[in-house]
Design a protein around this ligand. Structure first.
Ligand code: SF4
Length: 344
């Protein structure tokens, strides 16, 4: 398991879990309005994995508000990010609502319903002050806590910090937002960054991407303050790269999810390695690779599949950068975190 709603940094750890039994604003009025405006006959709903259980009830509530002949459909496709829109459903519905993620790319067709966490971030921020040096600080968070971003900034400013924020690139919707595959919002002029959010994956990526900065993690869901430590993670990646150095036949995965395709990257590898095979896949799981029987794989899709789930694959699974090291094109000390920029 990996990606934005799984394991570290997932919905369960960001206040959006069923176990917290929270309620969210599904913004059904926006969907109803769009149905009226477009005279829609078919409405598609897509939920992240952590919220799929709620989907039938949301569909019930929506149906009660819509004309009887409006068909409401629920996507059963796995979904871990706004990079992972159900394009099949999107093409076949008049209104398509994607829940739980902020837009990666706006489109008139899609209604994004972000479902912000309602957890209070200030108590854990207060604790995090002990780990921060007064002065310049970068502030980042995940989409789930974006509704509290101004509050976070004000809190720090009131305590004398000079808060630096930016919107990384077009893959990100908001200023200060980070994704599991994009930390460009932390390219700021400060030696320390405060990450407010759940899980370990995002701050790990942050620390890997910005090795010159201290990353303080204020996790408002698990109510804990920690410092990002990349050592264990690096060891795991070095081990995977070493194991892959003996590989003769490679599978190069091109992910067909709309926001995860890196065609040039995947093609460049197969063009330069006659023992590499280009595999096109939607969901990348250990089971799906077993039958190919290749020695090692390079994943050009979601980096979190490689880094979070890596140990679950029977053969080494590398990021494109790690592949370059394994085949001798780059030195081991060039190992870095795999990130995605842009959209589609
Ligand atoms: S590609 Fe990026 S946005 Fe998509 S699931 Fe992976 S980490 Fe999240």
């Amino acid at each position: 398991m990996s990606q934005d709603e799984r394991s570290a940094g997932d919905l369960r750890n960001t206040g959006m879990s069923l176990k917290h039994d929270r309620t969210w604003d599904y913004e059904l009025d926006r969907i109803v309005e769009a149905v009226e405006e477009r005279d829609a006959e078919k409405v598609g709903l897509q939920f992240p994995e952590g919220l799929k259980r709620r989907a039938p009830h949301v569909a019930d509530d929506l149906r009660a508000l819509l004309p009887d002949d409006t068909r409401v459909m629920i996507s059963g496709k796995p979904c871990y990010g706004a990079c992972d829109l159900d394009t099949y459903m999107m093409r076949r519905t008049d209104v398509f609502a994607h829940f739980g993620h902020s837009p990666m790319k706006e489109s008139e067709k899609i209604i994004y319903v972000p479902l912000f966490s309602n957890v209070d971030v200030l108590p854990i921020m207060e604790e995090s002050l002990e780990e921060l040096e007064k002065g310049d600080v970068g502030l980042v968070t995940t989409a789930q806590h974006m509704n509290k971003f101004d509050e976070m900034r004000e809190y720090l400013e009131e305590r004398g910090f000079d808060v630096h924020t930016r919107r990384g690139d077009e893959r990100l919707t908001h200023e200060g937002q980070v994704l599991g595959c994009n930390y460009a919002s932390a390219d700021i002029d400060a030696d320390q960054i405060l990450y407010v959010g759940g899980g370990k994956f995002h701050p790990l990526g942050l620390a890997m991407e910005h090795p010159d900065k201290d990353v303080v993690i204020a996790d408002p869901v698990n109510n804990v303050v920690t410092l990002a430590d990349t050592e264990k993670f690096m060891k795991q990646r070095y081990a995977a790269v070493h194991k892959a150095m003996d590989a003769e036949e490679w599978g190069v995965i091109f992910c067909t999810k709309i926001g995860q395709g890196r065609w040039e990257t995947a093609n460049e590898i197969v063009e330069n390695n006659e023992n590499a095979y280009l595999l096109t896949m939607d969901e990348v799981t250990p089971d799906r690779l077993t039958n190919f029987g290749l020695d090692a794989y390079v994943n050009t899709g979601c980096p979190r599949i490689t880094t979070d789930d890596g140990p679950q694959f029977k053969q080494p699974m590398l990021t494109p950068g790690e592949y370059e090291i394994a085949v001798g094109n780059k030195d081991l000390d060039e190992l870095s975190f795999d990130t995605f920029h842009g959209t589609w």
